[in-house]
Ligand binder design. Structure first.
Ligand code: G3H
Ligand code: ZN
Length: 310
């Protein structure tokens, strides 16, 4: 499906069905992190504006701030009123207890993340967690991570450590086979967060596209690309062609949230009505999400729409 195509999704589609369909259509599901209701409203508004399915994500920190059960209840309610599929992911989950909490709360997927551990321990902890969440809800999709993609959806002063821990196709094959995950998040040149030069639109992240294609062939599962903020548009499109099914964007939303909030507060120092202050923030974040969604579904986007996220 493209942004201009006929809408065939219904809110009854499962995450697996939507991912399968998008894969055949050469598109990827956009995953956007939320920490508050303003961000959630913006993501849902973008899905509705573009008429494209969307994946709402929340990391452990974001879930702690929002409330995992409260976020799940809100998404459930928004999904009932939405005419496009809306899914919810427990992003970067570092413990069995937090994965179980998300599965019980009704999340559609859990991003199990023991990637900081040595490979064998990562395999063992991921496998145990996958079994536990599938016992709660067999339909839940489990993601596993290997390799180093850095930490922090933030603005980084300088480039983080090197890319020495890129995922190899053989590691990917072994990891999928041993853990039973449905989705693999590899390290393919992607990094969490943005450099200042990226926020200013002067630099872009580039991906190892050949490695993505090799990993896809070896792993034969859905692939997630983390650390999407600041990535070159053409690399996004080629990464989807090479086998990426889900793309995570967080820092770009956070930058738009902060800059538009600052501008909104500065506009009138006597304004105290929250919904008047926050409405432009929702709009600003929505523009970033809509532009990314359109790109992930094959629509070319004006450079100004995503170049600088201010
Ligand atoms: O899980 C969240 C993401 O991987 C977001 O990364 O902040 O670089 O867009 P980002
Ligand atoms: Zn991530």
């Amino acid at each position: 499906m493209t942004a201009n195509g006929t809408l065939r999704n219904t809110t009854k589609d499962t995450l697996r069905e939507v991912l399968t369909r998008l894969q055949t259509e050469g598109a990827a599901l956009g995953h956007f992190n939320v920490a508050d209701h303003v961000l959630l409203k913006a993501v849902i508004a973008a899905a509705s504006e573009t008429r494209l399915p969307v994946f709402v994500g929340a990391s452990e920190g974001e879930r702690e701030f929002f409330g995992a059960r409260q976020l799940a209840a809100l998404v459930k309610s928004l999904r009932q009123e939405s005419d496009v599929p809306v899914f919810l992911n427990a992003d970067h989950t570092h413990s069995l207890a937090k994965a179980v909490e998300a599965a019980n709360a009704g999340f559609d997927s859990v991003g199990v993340d023991f990637s900081a551990l040595p490979f064998e321990q990562n395999v063992a902890r991921t496998k145990e967690t996958v079994q536990a969440i599938k016992a709660i809800n067999p339909a839940i999709l489990a993601e596993g991570e290997i390799g180093d993609i850095g930490t922090g959806s933030e603005i980084h002063e300088s480039a983080q450590a090197d890319f020495s821990k890129l995922t190899t196709p053989e590691e990917a094959r072994q990891f999928v086979e041993a853990t039973g995950i449905d989705i693999l998040a590899p390290s393919v040149g992607n990094r969490h967060g943005m450099l200042k030069s990226m926020v200013e639109g002067k630099a872009k992240k580039h991906l190892d596209l050949e490695r993505i294609a090799q990993i896809k062939r070896a792993a034969a599962v859905f692939l997630t690309l983390h650390g999407g903020s600041g990535t070159d548009d053409e690399h996004f499109s080629k990464a989807i062609g090479s086998g990426i099914n889900i793309i995570h964007i967080n820092t770009e939303l956070r930058v738009a949230w902060r800059e538009s909030l600052a501008a909104s507060l500065a506009r009138d120092s006597n304004e105290v009505v929250p919904y008047k202050i926050l409405r432009p923030v929702v709009d600003s974040v929505k523009q970033v999400v809509s532009a990314r969604l359109r790109l992930f579904h094959g629509e070319s986007v004006r450079p100004s729409a995503v170049g600088t996220v201010a």
